[in-house]
Design a protein around this ligand. Sequence first.
Ligand code: BDP
Length: 689
Amino acid sequence: PDYDDCWLRYDEVPDGDLRESYRRLCTHAYVAEESRELGAVREELRRGLGGMLGRDPHLWQHPPRTVDGFLAVGTPGDMDVVAQAVDEDEIADLDEGGYVITTSEWEGIDTLVVTASSDSGLVYGTFHLLRLMAAREPVADVDIVEEPASPDRLINHWDNPFRGSMERGYAGQSIFDFERLPDLRERYRDYARLLASVGINGVILNNVNTQIPGREEGNEAMEELEGWRLLETRYLEKLTGLASLFRRYGIQTYLSVNFGAPEKVGDLDTSDPNDSEVEQWWAQKADEVYDLIPDFGGFLVKADSEGQPGPYNYDADHVDGANVLARALEPHGGRVWWRAFVYGSHKDRAVQQYDTFEPLDGEFHDNVTVQVKNGPIDFQPREPISPVFGQMPETDLGLELQITGEYTGQHVHACYHVPMWKEVLEFDTDPEGHGKRVKDLFTDEGTGMAGVGGPGEDRNWTGHYLAQANLYGYARLAWDPDLTTAEITDEWVKQTFGTDPDVVETVTEIMHGTWPAVIDYSTGGIGLMHMMYNGSAYLENHYDPGPEEWPGYTGITEDGIGKDRNSKGNGYAQQYPEALAEMYDDPESCPEELLLFFHHLPWDHELDDGRTVVQTLYDNLYAGVEETQRLRDEWRTLEGEIDDERWRHVAERFDEQVEHAGVWRDRLSEYFYEHAEIPDEQGRVPTDD
Ligand code: BDP
């Protein structure tokens, strides 16, 4: 194919002991074949082992007897070889998707066993084994037990089905060609392989904006192209093939739906969630969907937000809205993912979410998950965590993270999000000592994680080769949020660029430097956000700086900067549990990296190290650009160490990033100076005279 393999490269292991040991245990593979998913296992083994061992593996339907060792993949129930190697009860007790990889012996022959009680577990276990080999780890003596932390590990595509475009996609057009379905592209399967290799188990195919924001009433040509149409019978029928393909890789298919669907797709004259015909319409629609796609995952809904209709249109609330859909899906085991990204009725967006959703705690139906972005604003380079987390104990929550780099350089800039997500996941929502970290909130049935932004048609899938790491890392964290950033980076780099220690060290160091640099040059590093240019058209930009557009977010005045989201101001800090509220409320104890998010401070207010607010902003803006230059130079040292195509691509993006980081630095520093009229101590920022 003419696109990249990402982290599934399967390059041949160089001649030597390691390859010998892999060959001894894995040239022969005995794989159960009860189901289609096991077809996926066999296919991946052919590809992965074939590539890494440098020879075609033999795949068996019974245990081979004339060999020194073999690989066995199957459930204990299907294969005696496996049953002998493991404790069957332990396997039966694994959570859905869990697996064991272990070594054993069968009739005097060494075996490497991958087992699970579910087919998806066998798929994941197979990919795990291949990952070990790609990282050149020994496998002759392993004992691995894995279970996913989050039951639902989803990708939210923001693909616009009939336009071919992707909202906030920075890697070309949508890979999904809905018009040509049920024809399947080779690329769908390779996408499913990438996702399954890191444990993703659900894909929402279309954008949450199921109607085109800002479309003029009566513009029928545009209306023809809106995503809500996927609920029409003619399109549902087209989805069946794609859903079956995903099913082979343990991935469930979901759709974003429009709350006004009873009127749009059906011909009802209302979509009022409390109307019995509406109730019936949704129930029938759900029946129809499940007839076609028996393992359908459910509906994702953006309601009452940015022009999408919702229960407010009918004098109802989010509970009424989510529950009517939930009742329709319930008989089929489906789930509603109801987004909490609702704002507009409060002067400060940060305040609204908790105000709107916390009072509804306990009222959502069992099969509703309220999907909450990590921060209260909108995927900014750094935000505090949403105060909803930890404070809606009676509601299943989902954590929404943005894989795509909408506000972090849009895949022209390198920005590795894993360290940011780790900060979110490790955050203690209850510092009184109950130990409830954000990551602990998404482990029960009904909870999970949703990563926004799927890859596009670009050869490298993500626009920037290094952005592949965000897709990889998101999925790995959804599987196991205890993984450290360093562990995830190490896995990804080795599989993606090979195991040469110098290359691994250099790429790792570059990856880890990117996010802090982006924060510095695009926010000044002490809690400002929303500094980007928006433009007048919806969805226009967010790439360039445009701080003048958002005085309401930055709280900038001639006297100072920052926003009093505290007890003196709009009380946002008080939405957190007491200990957190107190910490944020006092500029002395508020973490410096969020200081101006919570406090409006005079330009010459001194921070801990004695520097003023304005000088710190200047310094950080400059430091961010210098760091980016350093990262670019580091990357240049890799020339000849990795393949030229990927090296050059990233090198060129880094050149652009350095240039554009400078644009941010200059615009923001001038903007601060225009208001503060305090010159930079180092004379870098142009002054009036
Ligand atoms: C904003 C994006 C917009 C999305 C919206 C959302 O700019 O494209 O539609 O979030 O999450 O950040 O619904």
